[in-house]
Structure formats: structure tokens, C-alpha cells
Design a protein around this ligand. Structure first.
Ligand SMILES: [Fe+2]
Length: 274
């Protein structure tokens, strides 16, 4: 989770996911969503979750007294002065499968350590994209008495229970004295100029099928006949192919190999409802 785990030989679920996400459709999909933040060297952040093992389930933490329902839907909440912080990551399930359409509801203190309990400053929710990715642009939250620096979040896969937890910053003096602090919830944070760039991947207790290392990406295109078949993962769909999902018809807009989490209702860039 912190990116410093030992490298192990052989095929892991991480490498499986990495391979699955390298299918030809991925660049097209990337073009349809906001670009990931970049490292100081200008390289895009790794396009894979850092962690998705069974024992890496993101632990829950207490909600605390400052959650408010009804936050605005947005990915940027620069509602006051402070050090800019961009947090990116993935929402994945037990099998390392990306979870599209997961709700992420963030709330945090402002630069002075105060929560807005009247309005919606530094509160916002969003949904993970077709590849389970999310990006939040905010500021580094201020400190308040009794706690180390943290960001609150609720994460919910579609139709699943809500995970309520908190994210922490490395190298904070108060981490060692905050009884709630959990190193499993440390973000990876780097300084980029005057701003900070953080990553964190949420691993939810959602069963699934590991992405295949090479689904059918190298297979010759075999378009699904128009009007034929129910949508399935790991199928190479050609532009124009038609499927049904949940009793609704969809037409493929971009040739791609399907993956769990890429169901037509979750991927309007890939599937047009008929
Ligand atoms: Fe808090």
C-alpha cells in the first residue's frame, strides 16, 4: 500500500491487473476521462492500484462528529487557502477488480483545522470512473486539537455497504500520539513544487473475478452480432456490437475488451443505451 513492499517473482494479481489494463481499449478510455496527475519527473502515475490483496482490505475508522450528508458532487474542493493537494487512486475489490461507479464522499478540515458545519466547504462526493479511478483536488487539511492530520471519506461500491474511514499523511509528528492513526491508511505523498500529490487505493470487501492477464486483447476482432447476447466480461466487442444488460440494450461505441466493472451502465463512453 505504501509502494515499498518487496517485489515477488511470478504472476500476482497486481501484474494480472496491470496486464488487463493494458488492453488496447485503455488509451481510448483514458482519453475520455481526466488525465491522472503526474509525478515530478513528468511521468503519469502508475495506472494500476498499489494494493489489492485480501489482507489489504482498507480498514474502517470512526466517522467522527463532523460528517454531513448531502455534500456537493465535485472533484475539486479548493474552498480556502492552503497547500494544494491532489489525491488520486483506485477503488478495487477483493479480486483486484476495478470498481466503477463507487461513491467517494470526502470531508476535511480547512487550513486552520476547522470543519464547515453550516455549509459545504471542503466537502464533496464523486464516483470512480470506468477503471475504478478517482481524483480529488483539495488542500492539505489543518490540524485541530487531539488529532493528527487526516481526511475523512466514505466509500461505497454500488449496492454494497459503506466503508467509513480516514486517510493519513506520512511524517506527521502527531501520528504517533493519535490513537486513531493506522499506518494501513497512510497515503503515499510527494511534494511537487509548492503542492503535494498523494495516492491511495481503497480495497473494498467486494467479491469479483481477477482481471485476466490477456483476456482476448490479442484475438482477432469478433464482433458480437447485432442484437445478440448478454454483456459479459472478457469479451472483445467491436464498435457497433449490440448487447443487453439488465434487460436494456446497448450499442458499443469504442472497440474494447470488457472487464468486470465495465458494465454498460457504468461506461457511457463505451456503451450507448439504445
Ligand atoms: Fe476529523
Amino acid at each position: 500500500m505504501t509502494g515499498d513492499e518487496p517485489r515477488t517473482p511470478g504472476v500476482t494479481r497486481k501484474t494480472l491487473l496491470r496486464a488487463a489494463m493494458a488492453v488496447p481499449a485503455a488509451p481510448l478510455l483514458f482519453a475520455a476521462v481526466p488525465a491522472l496527475a503526474r509525478t515530478p519527473s513528468g511521468q503519469p502515475l502508475a495506472a494500476t492500484p498499489e494494493s489489492c490483496d485480501d489482507d489489504d482490505l482498507t480498514p474502517p475508522q470512526m466517522e467522527g462528529p463532523y460528517f454531513k450528508p448531502g455534500s456537493p458532487q465535485r472533484t475539486t474542493m479548493l474552498d480556502g487557502s492552503g497547500t494544494r493537494l491532489t489525491l488520486t487512486g483506485y477503488v478495487v475489490g477483493l479480486a483486484c477488480q476495478p470498481i466503477a461507479g463507487a461513491l467517494l464522499d470526502f470531508w476535511q478540515a480547512d487550513n486552520a483545522g476547522a470543519y464547515d458545519n453550516v455549509g459545504t466547504r471542503f466537502r464533496g462526493h464523486q464516483f470512480s470512473d470506468a477503471q475504478g479511478r478517482f481524483t480529488l483536488t483539495t488542500i492539505v487539511p489543518g490540524l485541530y486539537p487531539g488529532r493528527t492530520r487526516h481526511i475523512h471519506v466514505k466509500v461505497q461500491a454500488p449496492g454494497r455497504p459503506i466503508l467509513t474511514t480516514q486517510l493519513y499523511f506520512p511524517n506527521e509528528p502527531r501520528n504517533s500520539t493519535d490513537s486513531l492513526y493506522d499506518p494501513a491508511l497512510l497515503m503515499t505523498v510527494q511534494q511537487v513544487g509548492s503542492a503535494r500529490q498523494a495516492t491511495f487505493d481503497f480495497v473494498l470487501n467486494v467479491p469479483g473475478t481477477p482481471p485476466s492477464p490477456s483476456p482476448t486483447a490479442t484475438a482477432s476482432p469478433s464482433p458480437t452480432p447485432p442484437g445478440g447476447g448478454t454483456w459479459q466480461p472478457y469479451v472483445s466487442y467491436a464498435a457497433g456490437a449490440r448487447v443487453t444488460y439488465g434487460g436494456v440494450g446497448y450499442a458499443c461505441q469504442i472497440a474494447h475488451t470488457s472487464l468486470p466493472g465495465w458494465e454498460p451502465p457504468n461506461t457511457p463512453a463505451l456503451w450507448r443505451r439504445l
